[in-house]
Design a binder for this molecule. Structure first.
Ligand SMILES: CC(C)(COP(=O)(O)OP(=O)(O)OC[C@H]1O[C@@H](n2cnc3c(N)ncnc32)[C@H](O)[C@@H]1OP(=O)(O)O)[C@@H](O)C(=O)NCCC(=O)NCCS
Length: 148
């Protein structure tokens, strides 16, 4: 499911483009992360993204590969003027990078969630027309209620 999602995302043309990062060591792919654009209703100036999917090869987990993929992605988004990044995942893991559920509460997820506590966000930079609560919507590859 994660691999199919990554393939579907990479095939999709979006504005702005999906940010896709691969961690490699010589010929070996260690992990991958994608950040795709999110639309935040009534917040026209807000540049929002969602981190999904993230996967590290089982033989290379627990070696900070996932951390480095997240940190470089967030750095690139910040440099590009990004305002907020969403994620739907384990708070114990994503909390380490500053994501939290309180921040995401103002921006309901696009679908009803199996694990509502997993919907988290991190603000990179505030934006001028911030209006909450504001609904969110994702690119086509993530617009499948079964993923949520
Ligand atoms: C979750 C995943 C991406 C983590 O990648 P990783 O490279 O192994 O993680 P890191 O080595 O960077 O770990 C960073 C920290 O998170 C912790 N951590 C790792 N996986 C964790 C998990 N699943 N839950 C909670 N904490 C986790 C590590 O122990 C480490 O803690 P520390 O900073 O206190 O030492 C990886 O295990 C994976 O691909 N899992 C399968 C797919 C998946 O679950 N993707 C996430 C979907 S939301």
């Amino acid at each position: 499911m994660v691999a199919k999602l990554a393939v579907d995302l990479l095939a999709e043309k979006t504005v702005p483009e999906i940010l896709s990062l691969v961690a490699r060591e010589i010929e070996t792919t260690l992990g991958h992360v994608a950040f795709s654009p999110v639309k935040v209703e009534n917040n026209e100036s807000c540049k929002a993204s969602i981190l999904a999917p993230l996967a590290v090869h089982p033989e290379h987990q627990q070696k900070k590969v996932g951390s480095r993929l997240i940190e470089s992605g967030m750095k690139k988004l910040k440099e590009a003027g990004g305002n907020i990044v969403f994620v739907y995942g384990d708070p114990e893991f994503y909390g380490k990078f500053g994501f939290d559920a309180d921040t995401a509460n103002d921006f309901p997820a696009p679908y009803s969630l199996e694990y509502p506590f997993g919907w988290q966000a991190l603000i990179l930079k505030d934006w001028s027309d911030k209006t909450t609560p504001a609904a969110t919507s994702c690119v086509s590859a993530l617009s499948d209620p079964d993923l949520w």
